[in-house]
Write a protein that binds this ligand. Structure first.
Ligand code: C5P
Length: 399
């Protein structure tokens, strides 16, 4: 039985000759048990009639923002929320360009911008249009934004030319959709613990030692594992971010000591443990119960004591768990990361490149190299943290 059964799919059709193949794609999706809502661009309707599409999908085709005679408003937001997957096939160079730049002048693009779940694009165009730097740049943008590209095939094109640009066959697009949903269920039954954010070490009731960690990387990892069906425990330092997605339990902590206790007491039974938190290495030896006064003191010495190393402790407790640590190094990056991995008995270490302008604290992007306990290195280009989370999950838990 296909895993598309019961899935809500928005099928977006733009105006290219390959739109004739979308009829077969729609038929196959419906046959596989999916509920399909078609959204077509004004140009798309020049190639294929909405009557065929509504007959096959069993739903009125959406194209305009509202129905002219009744004034009924079609909500792209509702559609975007409804969809478990949006497939845009064919996606013309124009539609790809609008998607990459957020030019929301038709219902298909507004729905794309409102889509909460995965979007998949099957480009179709002439070979010159496909290889034009502008198209390639837009495709790269879409990839960075997390869109799955179902690569066009090489072959005879409608123009009579031969080359790359022919839309993937409907069967191939259905396979890509099935592969996507298989991945979303690939970690069902697995338990994952993620530490994220900074820790704050109190000096007195109003002051602390902290760091600039935003928690974005750890939160993206928690969400990515959960989206693949895992049961996730997120141990979050003090950040104001909300975590999205089902299957995530969150424990909020403030200090390294609290994070340590939460991590150690929940370690048993975990399959994967990802330590993305920026844990303070030292904490004040004593915490003043009342606010420290400025009067009468020109100098102040704060004595700090070492915090427990969560990663090393879990590494020493490890039985079957796979532990993934993070490292931020300024020099001899790979050598130091591998040394850290061995010392803490980790399985993988994710090296953040501090030198890269697209990596680091507070940013939405990161550039990583994943190092395994055998010394294997996988280097990735700078990507959004949500995409980096996918690469990490792919590597440590399998695609
Ligand atoms: O030794 P270093 O702090 O560079 O190691 C970084 C890795 O160790 C990260 O995965 C971080 O979350 C973890 N760590 C920890 N407990 C500490 C310090 C770091 O778990 N006290």
């Amino acid at each position: 039985m296909s895993n598309l059964r019961g899935k809500h799919i928005v099928l977006g059709i733009s105006g290219g000759i390959a739109a004739y193949k979308s009829v077969m794609l729609l038929r196959l999706l419906v046959k596989a048990g999916a509920e399909v809502q078609v959204v077509i661009t004004p140009n798309g309707k020049e190639f294929i009639t909405p009557v065929t599409l509504s007959a096959l999908s069993g739903k009125p085709v959406v194209s305009e923002f509202f129905t002219a005679n009744t004034g009924e408003w079609h909500s792209h937001v509702d559609l975007g929320l409804w969809a478990d997957l949006m497939i845009i096939a064919p996606a013309t160079a124009s539609t790809i360009g609008k998607m990459a730049n957020g030019i929301a002048d038709n219902m298909l693009i507004t729905t794309y911008l409102s889509a909460k779940e995965q979007v998949m694009v099957a480009p179709a165009m002439d070979l010159d249009m496909w290889r034009h730097p502008s198209t390639q740049r837009n495709i790269e943008t879409l990839k960075r934004d997390g869109v799955i590209i179902v690569e066009p095939e090489a072959g005879e094109l409608a123009s009579g030319l031969v080359g790359k640009g022919r839309m993937e066959e409907p069967e191939g697009i259905v396979k890509a959709a099935e592969a996507y949903f298989a991945k979303t269920a690939s970690l069902t039954g697995k338990r994952v613990m993620v530490t994220a954010g900074p820790t704050f070490e109190n000096i007195d009731p109003v002051r602390f030692i902290g760091n600039y960690s935003s928690g974005k990387m750890g939160f993206a990892i928690a969400e990515e594992f959960a989206s693949r069906g895992a049961e996730v425990l997120l141990i979050a330092g003090p950040v104001s971010m909300e975590v999205k997605g089902e299957g995530i339990k969150r424990i909020n902590v403030v200090s390294a000591r609290e994070m340590y206790e939460a991590a150690v007491s929940n370690f048993d039974g975990m399959d994967y443990v990802v330590l993305a938190a920026a844990v303070a290495d030292y904490a004040p030896e004593t915490v003043s119960e009342s606010k420290i006064k400025r009067e009468g003191t020109d100098e102040m010495v704060l004595k700090l004591v070492k915090n427990p190393d969560i990663a090393a402790t879990l590494g020493s407790m490890k039985t079957t768990q796979k532990i993934i640590g993070f490292a931020l190094e300024t020099d001899h990056e790979l050598e130091n990361a591998l040394h850290k991995l061995k010392k803490k008995n980790l399985d993988w270490i994710v090296l953040n490149s501090l030198r890269d302008p697209e990596a680091g604290f507070m940013k939405d992007t990161n550039k990583i190299t994943i190092v395994s306990d055998t010394g294997m290195e996988l280097e990735f280009p700078a990507k959004r943290k949500t995409e980096v989370a996918k690469d990490i999950a792919d590597v440590v838990a399998g695609k």
